[in-house]
Design a protein around this ligand. Structure first.
Ligand code: CMP
Length: 143
């Protein structure tokens, strides 16, 4: 079954949005197979955002994501990478439709509340980077 990685960023945690966001994920029908509140080391931040290392905002991005705790999650479901991206919305909250997480809660591209894997390949890479195998749980939903 497909898996994806979502991470509520320090602005989302700081604004007490963990519950609201997790609620949307559950209501949509996605299965949470891993979740943790954690701080992000500079090394993890730089690896996670490696593809942006030449961008002018890279330093700002690393400073922001290491500035406070994040809530990291692994979700499972059919086509879950695409479904997760749809729930999250576009990178720039200004272009993100109401009803999406960024569209409802975000205002700026730098502080856009949540990260979601953008492809199956990056989901696999990000899950391996953020979670140990034993932190992910296989179980059947009772519903
Ligand atoms: P995310 O989906 O976590 O992946 C890369 C992040 O870079 C993105 O969300 C934005 O938060 C951030 N980002 C993209 N463009 C800019 C920008 N112009 N200025 C600051 N941050 C940006």
């Amino acid at each position: 079954m497909e898996r994806t990685f979502l991470m509520i960023k320090p602005d989302g945690v700081g604004r007490n949005l963990i519950g609201a966001i997790v609620s949307r994920i559950e209501q949509k029908g996605l299965k949470i197979v891993g979740a943790k509140l954690m701080t992000v080391s500079e090394e993890l931040a730089k690896t996670h955002y490696g593809e942006h290392s030449e961008r002018p905002f890279f330093g700002e991005l690393v400073d922001f994501i290491t500035s406070g705790p994040v809530f990291a999650m692994v979700l499972e479901g059919e086509n879950v990478v695409e479904v997760g991206r749809t729930l999250v919305g576009k990178t720039n909250p200004a272009e993100s439709a109401p009803g999406t997480i960024r569209g409802d809660y975000g205002m700026t591209v730098g502080k856009n509340i949540i990260h979601g894997s953008d492809s199956v390949a990056s989901a696999e890479k990000e899950i391996a980077l953020w979670f140990k195998k034993e932190e992910l749980i296989d179980y059947s939903l009772v519903n």
